[in-house]
Design a protein around this ligand. Structure first.
Ligand SMILES: Cc1cc2nc3c(=O)[nH]c(=O)nc-3n(C[C@H](O)[C@H](O)[C@H](O)COP(=O)(O)O)c2cc1C
Length: 330
């Protein structure tokens, strides 16, 4: 069974990917309840943390019920990253994850995220010093390389392992690819097949069906799957994959009652965490996916995403259950 440091995981664990504005405490809690074995925060700026920027600091909030949880940070300045490690430790996560994969320009231009794939010695040095700084297990999330001509992930992963990381998650795209094309899991399998690798190697990118997760396990031999987009508005995805692995059959899609209950709990947890105003506002982006595919739903969706008062949103959920309670999802 794979382990991250002393954290014991089940066979072929499913990890909730770090996703900006998505992987917040309420969403992580819902995914955890539905079978995610490890959850990660969205990426947090090391520079923001050391300036004590409220926007960054609130992202450190974690809850007991989520564990094991990793806090992900990004940056390219050694001193800032080390100070950020000290700050992150105070939140007592189970794991500190380093983001070496974010492709967006404003991050990459500062050599952070996937930008560091152009400077492997710096990547290794930062990682080594961060590992030395903390008693917590450090993991890395990265991409295959900067571009298709510079895929050195087998060597990179081994060097990161040698400076002490406890697991690596690899998104099967290069920085240049951004999110385009299909994720290529072959180089990730090559990392896993390197005889010198002994830490878990998790695959990431396009695991959007239980069958895909199974291929990642059986054909590519990876130690677990990190799941991002397939879970947005669909925390049940983790349960579906686990059911498929165990039974070889597909679970029926969640009923309307389950969806309404998830939406209700999501909203309530968001309000408990950030207060009424922000809770109502930030949960809006999730409803479209919870209630996808229902005909003549616009009126209700509009109520959910335009009401500023949580009681109106909760009332809209009640109406939806009453009106569409028997709707059969496919
Ligand atoms: C909305 C969104 C936000 C993301 N934010 C982060 C992030 O904060 N940190 C990170 O390492 N990756 C981030 N990613 C990348 C995902 O973690 C993941 O690597 C990518 O979506 C591929 O996996 P998937 O095909 O399962 O979605 C983000 C992706 C999306 C769609």
């Amino acid at each position: 069974m794979p382990k991250i440091g002393n954290i014991e995981l089940p066979d072929f664990p499913l990890l909730l990917a770090p996703m900006e504005d998505v992987s917040d405490p309420p969403f992580r809690a819902l995914c955890k309840e539905q079978g995610a074995d490890v959850v990660y925060t969205e990426f947090i700026s090391s520079e923001g943390l050391i300036r004590d920027a409220a926007k960054s600091v609130i992202k450190l909030d974690i809850y007991e019920k989520e564990r094991p949880v990793g806090i992900q940070i990004f940056g390219a300045e050694l001193d800032s990253m080390l100070q950020a490690v000290d700050i992150v430790e105070k939140s007592n996560p189970d794991i500190i994850d380093i983001n070496f994969g974010c492709p967006v320009k404003k991050v990459v231009s500062k050599n952070a995220g996937a930008g560091i794939l152009r400077d492997i010695p710096l990547m290794v040095k930062l990682t080594e010093e961060m590992v030395k700084r903390t008693h917590l297990p450090v993991t890395v999330k990265t991409r295959l390389g900067w571009d298709s001509d510079s895929i050195k992930i087998v060597e990179v992963a081994e060097r990161l392992q040698d400076v002490g990381i406890e697991a690596i998650a690899i998104h099967g795209r290069t920085r240049v690819q951004m999110y385009k094309g299909e994720a290529n899991w072959k180089p990730i399998a090559e990392v896993k097949n390197n005889q010198r690798m002994h830490i878990p190697v998790f695959g990431n990118g396009d695991v959007d069906t239980p069958e895909a997760a199974m291929r990642m396990r059986d054909e590519y031999g990876l130690d677990g799957a990190m799941i991002g987009r397939a879970s947005i508005g669909n925390p049940w995805f983790f349960k579906e994959v686990k059911h498929y692995f165990k039974m070889g059959t597909h679970l029926a899609p969640p009923t309307m009652e389950e969806r309404v209950e998830a939406a209700r709990r999501h909203l309530q947890m968001a309000i408990d965490w950030k207060g009424e105003k922000l809770g109502v506002f930030e949960t809006r982006r999730h409803y479209t996916n919870y209630f996808k595919g229902i005909p003549h739903f616009k009126e209700y969706r509009m109520k959910m995403v335009t009401s500023d008062d949580s009681s109106d949103v909760f009332a809209a959920f009640d109406e939806v259950l009453e009106k569409f309670g028997d709707f059969q999802f496919v």
